[in-house]
Ligand binder design. Structure first.
Ligand code: B3K
Ligand code: ZN
Length: 875
């Protein structure tokens, strides 16, 4: 809805009211015509016995619909019997039980919001979560109205030979004039947000999976014919996920058919529609020649995520959208455990925590912060956030940590059994966990209801005489904030390894912090240990403990917890870089602390059992993380100090990097397995350091890797190093490499996205000019969200030194693009605006310039509800 003068209203959790009517059956007939589509809906409605409502009117949601006719029990309604606004249709008087039929016309070809029924390239497809179904027909478009759907699709047979919807194919046939039809029936009741249909000219890859009860499930992956070679990884990931969910959660797939359709124009990663997932091509297609190892991982994770939703989201769904994290937090936790099991636990944990600490902590301390269970919203699309997803997953992880795997499984079994086929709340989920464990989760609920990242300060005390070691915990509980229930997994590390706790004989213990201040003492501790706190990142908090640099170096090599070994290294680098930032601001010469060099050397010379971990330990914290940790963000200081460290570590350890680079050259052709992925990541890190150091032969290495690579990981890594190299000699090489890369891949949209990303993220000066030119490139398309994310999104989120360039032109660029996008795709526009909302974190001039552009956005006429909400909350 365009916001003219009226401000969009706010919807509150406290106002939740059970639906006044229910829809037992939904029968749809969707006819795709040359210029539009005609949707006939037959809904079996009845009064909801659980509703207090005793009035006679019925209100249905509907947007951008042209109504042709509407009837109750076959009786056409007269104009005075109903009324309409831009967002709903109200029938003045309805019986207690009746059949409502309606016919509307919609315009998929003009639907650039990519919500509801829209066209992506040659294909028609839908996206209904959260409130897109109301753009298809008048409906009780809310998740607690669950219905049995039967859908007939009619379309031109030559243009759209494939017609799909949820569930099973009932029947199909030909019609006159080269048209045909197909009828699908989904036996599982579902909310309208899980409805999907697809019509297009698609190729299919067939496979099957035998479930634990020996049922054969057909797997079908629909793609454009040119992408048929890129399906293996997604299919294998799906089969792995199906087997994993049976083993770990006892969840079997329920239909005989599981379909995935890949589309190019999609607002997010993928959508878990019952039996018919729709995926952004970027999250399903993978082939070594076109796809990096990171993208392979993403495909595995997203395919699993959508599959796991079949239980956590579809069979048991959300009562209302305030419960979004009920399905998203839980499902992210599930997919993250799955990915960890498929690869390395510690690597996956480090990746997740990096995302949480950079993006989620930043959201949680800014103007769009919200609890995992929000209490209000203007536009629900704005709430598909890292808080709902990643922090939500961390909260579920804490429940898992508190209960242990067996009780957690009993809790999830109870949850699924008790609520199967229902729309429920976060409280219902936690109640199941409380019931099986006999634990009291009332204080724990603060994790769901309060926003902000808790800070836990810890200090230690050792009494040598009494052999007692004490830890004092203090949760700095802010105004109006109640203390959290924080599980802190810890160990005590000495020169001889972890000390056992006398209470259990174990070397790990989970301490539950519930008070604002709390002291925990351990007896029988014969020497002063170094505490290893928050092992495995057992709670999503900021932990303060005054580690000395030596203690961090010690933990880096001696902690038995892999995550904390990595974390100690990160803290060590962070402390040193923060010190250098002070020097930089004072105009002092920078110097590399020998302790970091020593720590790196140790890691470099030890034969690593896990090269992926080795690479992560040797990777310095990102500029984005350093910014997030700053009181006031000094973009230049962060950039220059980090560049300095990369250069110094590169040259100080050049021999080691060279040895690593050479020792890990591919042997015997490309393979995609955990070991080879790890090897590539370490090798490419070594190449980056050699390039940073400006090593003599590094340009030769990078050039030959670029031209000889037999996979996209190595090729793109070389290209990235080349494009970011400040040396004069690298300039022409980089230009040539970009040109030949484009030549080779101009027919592959997903590869071009990477080509765009490398350039948008380039840290060399004049970044904005480059990005403006990229947007004029023939391969750029502002209507394709992947392209917008690759160019504008990457520039504004991942290229701070250029986005925040002195004259404020980066901010103006972003504001202009947001306003343009807002006219046709509000969801993407609102999301893109986020970097400007952080204006309070920057110093004077930048802060003002950002504020000015944000105000300009808010003052612009006709803003969408999406963009209005983000802008107005941030000023
Ligand atoms: N449930 C979808 C997200 C829908 C976003 C709507 N704006 C994908 C997922 O989380 O699995
Ligand atoms: Zn999800």
């Amino acid at each position: 809805m365009a916001m003219k003068d009226a401000q969009p209203g706010t919807i509150h959790l406290r106002d939740y009211e059970a639906p006044r009517f229910l829809i037992d059956k939904t029968v749809l007939r969707i006819e795709i015509r040359d210029d539009d589509a005609c949707v006939q809906a037959t809904l079996s409605l009845r009064r909801n016995p659980d509703s207090q409502y005793d009035g006679e009117s019925l209100e249905l949601y509907g947007q951008h619909l042209t109504l042709n006719s509407i009837a109750i029990d076959g009786c056409e309604l007269l104009a005075e019997e109903y009324s309409m606004t831009a967002e709903d249709l109200t029938i003045n008087r309805v019986p207690d039980q009746f059949e409502l039929t309606s016919e509307v016309v919609i315009h998929p070809k003009d639907n650039s919001s990519l919500e509801g029924l829209f066209k992506s390239r040659t294909m028609y497809c839908t996206q209904c979560e959260a409130e897109g179904f109301r753009r298809i027909t008048y409906y009780l478009d809310r998740p607690d109205v669950m219905s049995e759907f039967t859908t007939t699709i009619i379309a031109d047979k030559a243009l759209c030979p494939v017609l799909l919807s949820n569930g099973n194919l009932l029947d199909s046939g030909d019609l006159e004039g080269g048209r045909h039809w197909a009828t699908w029936h989904d036996p599982f009741r579902k909310p309208s947000y899980l409805f999907a249909m697809v019509a297009g000219d698609l190729a299919v890859v067939d496979d099957s999976f035998k479930t634990c009860s020996n049922r054969e499930v057909d797997i079908r992956l629909y793609v454009e014919p040119k992408d048929l070679q890129k399906c293996d990884h997604a299919i294998q990931s799906l089969k792995n996920a199906m087997a994993w969910d049976e083993k770990v959660y006892g969840r079997e797939y329920d239909l005989d058919l599981y379909m995935i359709v890949a589309v190019d124009d999609f607002n997010m990663g993928a959508m878990e529609n019952k039996g018919l997932n729709i995926f952004n091509t970027s999250c399903v297609l993978a082939h070594p020649e076109t796809t990096t190892d990171d993208a392979f991982k993403r495909v595995e994770g997203v395919v699993a995520h959508e599959y796991f939703h079949n239980w956590s989201g579809n069979r048991v769904t959300c009562r209302d959208w305030f419960q979004l994290s009920l399905k998203e937090g839980f499902t992210v936790f599930r997919d993250s455990e799955f990915s960890a099991d498929m690869g390395s636990q510690t690597v996956k944990r480090v990746e997740d925590v990096n995302l949480l600490r950079t993006v989620q902590f930043s959201e949680d301390s800014g103007p769009t912060a919200h609890p995992v269970q929000p209490s209000s919203y203007m536009e629900i699309s704005n709430f598909y956030t890292v808080t709902i997803y990643e922090k939500g997953a961390e909260v579920v992880r804490m429940i898992h940590t508190l209960l242990g795997p067996e009780l957690f499984r009993q809790g999830s079994d109870l949850y699924f059994a008790r609520h199967d086929g229902h729309a429920v709340t976060i409280e219902d989920f936690v109640a199941a966990m409380a019931e099986v464990s006999g634990r009291d989760f009332s204080q724990f609920m603060n994790w769901y209801r309060q926003s902000g990242t808790p800070r836990l300060s810890v200090s230690s005390e050792y009494d040598a005489e009494k052999q007692r070691y004490s830890l004092h915990f203090n949760q700095g509980v802010g105004d109006g904030c109640s203390p959290y229930h924080i599980p802190v997994k810890l160990g005590l590390v000495s020169d001889r390894g972890d000390l056992p706790f006398s209470s259990s004989g174990e070397t790990n213990q989970i301490i539950e912090i519930t008070q604002p201040t709390q002291t925990v003492s351990f007896e029988g501790i014969a020497e002063r240990p170094v505490p290893s706190l928050l092992r495995g990142f057992s709670a999503p908090i900021k932990l303060d403990y005054a580690y000395s640099l030596d203690e961090l170096g010690f933990l880096m090599s001696n902690d038995s917890d892999g995550f904390n070994r990595w974390n100690a290294g990160q803290q060590l680098s962070i402390q040193l870089m923060q010190g250098l930032m002070v020097d930089y601001r004072k105009g002092k010469a920078l110097a590399l602390d020998p302790r970091l060099k020593d720590a790196f050397t140790k890691v470099l010379i030890e034969p690593a059992s896990d090269q992926a971990m080795q690479a992560l330990v040797l990777t310095l914290p990102s500029e984005i993380l350093l910014a997030e940790l700053s009181e006031v963000i000094d973009v230049e200081a962060i950039h220059h100090v980090r560049q300095f460290m990369c250069r110094e570590l590169g040259s100080a350890l050049a021999d080691d990097w060279l040895r690593i680079y050479q020792a890990n050259q591919p042997q015997g052709g490309y393979r995609h397995n955990a070991e080879e992925v790890a090897r590539r990541s370490l090798k490419n890190l070594a190449l980056r350091y050699l390039m940073n150091a400006g090593a003599d032969n590094s340009l030769e290495f990078v050039e030959s890797q670029f031209s000889q690579a037999d996979n996209m990981t190595d090729r793109l890594s070389a290209l990235t190093s080349l494009v970011n190299d400040p040396r004069e000699a690298a300039k022409d090489l980089a230009e040539a490499a970009l040109a030949s890369f484009y030549q080779d891949w101009s027919h592959e949209p997903l590869v071009l996205n990477q080509w765009f990303q490398v350039q948008s993220a380039c840290k060399l000066p004049n970044g904005l000019d480059r990005v403006v030119r990229l947007m004029e490139h023939q391969a750029f398309d502002i209507h394709n969200p992947n392209k917008v994310r690759s160019v504008v999104g990457v520039f504004c989120n991942s290229n701070p030194i250029n986005f925040h360039c002195d004259n404020g032109s980066g901010y103006q660029f972003l504001a202009e693009n947001v306003l343009q996008l807002d006219k046709f795709n509000p969801q993407i526009a609102a999301r893109l605006l986020i970097p400007l909302t952080k204006w309070r974190r920057f110093e004077g001039a930048r802060s003002e310039a950002m504020h000015k552009q944000l105000s300009h956005v808010l003052a612009s006429p006709g803003l969408s509800r999406d963009t209005y909400e983000i802008a107005s909350k941030s000023l």
